[in-house]
Write a protein that binds this ligand. Structure first.
Ligand code: NAP
Length: 248
């Protein structure tokens, strides 16, 4: 178990997909809690204009498409001395296992949600593997713990993020890196706009993630629903599968 606890004060952060939703809320929360600099990754850097206007030099827009190797390499050479990497960028491509779009949605979900994290993390690993204390935060989902058939291929990608996070944690066990997996439930962002269920706010998710950094938590259930799922999963993983299985 990592002993690493990170206070955001004075830290330099690199966030993928920071122009909207959960990523934007994390950027704002870290800056409000004293982060020195946020390298704000976005496919279209002009989508960061409002944040840039508000935070000035503390917010550095970085063009970043996590499916594009050239973009990743250029971004990795632009960012310097990062303390915290937030792998947030993600997509939800709809598709059940037996649907017509099963393979194409699986490919899309894996390309962004899994390969994006593998490539981006590798590209800045040496900046994080340092004598100083650092953190890698991967945004998975409650659907990474048990598959939700109505979002089956997305769930597969998020389960892969869960496994990847464990692998990274194992590899970096002797380094001063807090490797955090975040498992949100439904959050009120563009991604979940068609979801008819109660949703927590991205701002609340961001607050809980930053508090978890300060406390050095490796598993984070950052909203009300995910807190319940996390407790159930700890007691009886099959019951989470049975519950989610009803969402076909
Ligand atoms: N909302 C939920 O209910 C929920 C629940 C569990 C987990 N999550 C996870 O939380 C993370 C953030 O999601 P969100 O709810 O904030 O969704 P969102 O509002 O749709 O935002 C997604 C972000 O990812 C970026 N992105 C998408 N594809 C990208 C690519 N190829 N390269 C770089 N950036 C890319 C988007 O950039 P553009 O603006 O350029 O598209 C956007 O900034 C995702 O990993 C998601 O799977 C969300």
């Amino acid at each position: 178990m990592s002993q690493t606890k990170i206070n955001p004060g004075g830290k330099t952060v690199f966030i993928s997909g920071s122009n909207r939703g959960i990523g934007k809320a994390i950027a704002v929360e870290l800056l409000e809690q004293g982060a020195e600099k946020v390298y704000a990754g976005a496919r279209d850097p002009s989508s960061l204009d409002e944040l840039k206007e508000k935070y000035g030099e503390k917010l550095v827009p970085v063009q970043l498409d996590v499916t594009d190797d050239n973009s990743i390499n250029a971004a990795a050479s632009q960012v310097r001395d990062i303390d915290i990497l937030v792998n947030n960028a993600g997509v939800f491509a709809a598709g059940g296992i037996f649907s017509e779009q099963a393979l194409s949605s699986l490919e899309t979900n894996l390309n962004v949600n899994l390969w994006g994290i593998v490539k981006l993390t590798n590209s800045v690993l040496e900046q994080l593997r340092q004598p100083k204390e650092t953190a890698i935060i991967n945004i998975s989902s409650v659907t990474g713990l048990a598959n939700m058939p109505m979002a089956a291929t997305y769930s597969v990608s998020k389960a892969a993020v869960h496994s990847l996070t464990q692998g990274i944690r194992g590899e970096l066990a002797n380094d001063n890196v807090l490797v955090m997996g975040v498992y949100p439930g439904p959050i009120d962002t563009d991604m979940a706009k068609d979801l008819q269920m109660e949703k927590d706010s991205p701002e609340n998710v961001a607050k809980n993630i930053v508090q978890s950094l300060i406390e050095g938590r490796e598993y984070v259930f950052p909203d009300v629903m995910s807190g319940q799922v996390g407790a159930l999963y700890a007691a009886n993983p099959k019951s989470v599968e049975d519950n989610f299985g009803k969402y076909v």
